[in-house]
Design a protein around this ligand. Structure first.
Ligand SMILES: NC(=O)C1=CN([C@@H]2O[C@H](COP(=O)(O)OP(=O)(O)OC[C@H]3O[C@@H](n4cnc5c(N)ncnc54)[C@H](OP(=O)(O)O)[C@@H]3O)[C@@H](O)[C@H]2O)[C@@H](O)CC1
Ligand SMILES: [K+]
Length: 499
């Protein structure tokens, strides 16, 4: 599923009309029908509806839906229209509904609170993708009353009014919907917070948009279907060397645990061989969890420059290298990281402390950087932009670095600057030390099996998030740890494979 900006949606709308002859009037009628269909599934004819509409095409969709319901015998409908600048299609819909003898238009006055609190269902068609600048005062007031006085279900048309469709940000105020019915495809505002939360359950009504037109967007949502198609094959006639060789360079005496989770992640996702090299000796924990992992310690506190000589054979043999988790950030270790990155031509997953070392290096497409919010903020070195909602900055950064970025957040952005994927699986069970290390290992384990860094990052992000959801449904988001997730990775895998 492509994820669109409002400009892309408008372009698709225009092309659908100009190139395919399906005009906006038809699309609006279809939008109305899809809202109507969703409503009749859930509400009886005696339901009290309040349609709160603006005067643009979002409001026009609302008028079409109200008329269809009215025509079908839903008689407890009230419509309130906010604003004066009626769009042509809105005007037309208003004429049509009047021809059906609907006349229960109410005014915005002191009784509005009462209308809101007595409605079983409020339909929000105030503003869709046409939001401009800050919300006007009256609209803010209307939204405030709906959010605070509603008793029934709130359904937003296209996007909750007040949410910016390109960023998910709130303009002064926004409708808190239980459900949002959007058209054609998701907009970015549906998947970035707070828009994602304000949208409630999102339903995408396809309308008659030609599918090919959506490829003008280079951004997609990661879905279970996509993951299923990308999963590496495991041919019967094979042996461990066919599933790749992961080398993990991680850990220090100060942070011994991180490397263990990376190694387990790589092993559990199906890599043929996983070799973990740490500077200082770990407690026996890694082998207790997975005796199949090959483990070597260099018997020192941290990696330093010369260590590359000792491990050069391992580097040459590796089909993918993980570098970073728990390394620490001493100058010597940073130099070691730079040497490994420059020495090897294999795919490399650069995480955690190692992210700071590659700052000044020219990277390449088979290098994937996996920063979380704090790391991203520090490596892009700017406080001026809100990095969490600036996916285009992340894309720019990836393009500039010539690398692939997995920006780990509640909505994870996976991009090489040309194509971008957003993953929305996961929950707060992942907001814990160690989940990033686990992700890194899973990405590497998939690259080892022959996937490119983008494909591996898409699958790993989805499975990590989905497993967190499955495990925490049983154990809660408080209790679930990265190790629980690692051990249950098979549950999300099975769900995808059997879907
Ligand atoms: N694209 C498609 O393919 C299809 C699109 N369709 C539908 O069209 C919608 C887009 O319609 P659109 O372009 O007419 O804009 P829209 O969202 O109604 O916003 C304009 C209204 O908002 C108001 N308003 C704006 N800013 C404001 C503010 N700060 N504060 C207060 N008010 C503000 C503005 O008021 P004004 O400023 O003009 O007084 C005007 O009333 C789209 O979301 C979808 O629902 C479907 O029919 C199917 C096919
Ligand atoms: K809306």
């Amino acid at each position: 599923m492509h994820i669109l900006t409002k400009e892309e949606m408008k372009k698709i709308d225009k092309l659908t009309s100009e190139e395919y002859g399906i005009g906006s009037e038809i699309l609006m009628e279809q939008a109305g029908i899809s809202i109507y269909n969703e409503i009749i599934k859930n509400f009886k004819k005696n339901t009290h509806f309040l349609f709160v509409l603006g005067t643009g095409n979002n409001g026009g969709d609302g008028l079409a839906a109200a008329r269809l319901l009215y025509n079908e015998g839903y008689k407890n409908l009230k419509i309130i229209i906010i604003g004066n600048n009626q769009s042509n299609l809105f005007k037309k819909q208003l004429e049509i509904i009047k021809k059906f003898k609907f006349d229960n238009f109410i005014k915005y006055d002191k009784n509005f609170e009462n209308h809101v609190s007595t409605a079983d269902c409020i339909i929000d068609g105030l503003i869709g993708i046409g939001l401009k600048d800050d919300l006007k005062e009256e609209t803010q007031e209307v939204i405030n009353i709906i959010n605070s006085k509603k008793r029934g279900i709130v359904i937003s048309i296209d996007i909750p009014s007040g949410i910016d469709a390109n960023t998910g940000k709130i303009s002064k105020n926004a409708i808190k919907a239980d459900k949002t019915i959007t058209f054609g495809s998701y907009k970015l505002g549906h998947i970035f917070f707070p828009g994602r939360e304000y949208s409630g359950k999102i339903i995408v009504a396809p309308l008659s948009f030609p599918k090919d037109l959506f490829s003008l967007s280079h951004r997609e949502l990661v879905t279970s279907d996509m993951v299923k198609k990308l999963l590496p094959k495991r041919p019967k006639f094979s042996q461990k060397y066919d599933f790749g060789n992961v080398l993990i360079l991680a850990g220090s005496s100060e942070f011994p645990g991180a490397s263990v989770l990376s190694a387990i992640g790589a092993q559990k996702i199906g890599a043929g061989l996983v070799k973990l090299i740490t500077p200082s000796s770990l407690s026996s924990s890694v082998l207790e969890h997975e005796p199949g992992i090959i483990y070597k310690s260099l018997n020192k506190n941290k990696f330093s420059l010369r260590d590359i000589d000792i491990i050069s054979k391992d580097i040459k043999k590796a089909s993918v290298i993980v570098i970073g988790p728990g390394l620490g950030r001493s100058n010597e270790t940073m130099q070691f990281v730079r040497n490994v990155v420059e020495y090897s031509t294999s795919p490399i997953v650069v995480d955690a402390d190692a992210l700071y070392a590659v700052d000044a290096l020219a990277l390449r497409k088979n290098i994937v950087l996996t920063p979380h919010v704090g790391e991203m903020q520090r490596i892009v070195r700017t406080d001026e932009i809100d990095i969490r909602q600036n996916y285009d900055y992340t894309e720019y950064f990836a393009k500039n670095k010539k690398a692939t970025i997995v920006f780990k957040d509640v909505t994870t952005t996976i991009t090489n600057g040309e194509k971008t994927y957003f993953n929305i699986t996961g929950n707060t069970a992942l907001s814990k030390g160690g989940s990033g290390d686990l992700l890194t290992g899973i990405i590497a384990g998939l690259i080892a099996q022959g996937l490119n860094v983008m494909e591996a990052s898409i699958i790993a992000s989805y499975l990590l998030g989905r497993t967190a959801e499955i495990v925490s449904a049983e154990k809660t988001e408080y209790y679930t740890t990265p190790l629980d997730i690692a051990k249950n990775l098979y549950k999300a895998l099975l769900e995808v494979i059997n879907a």
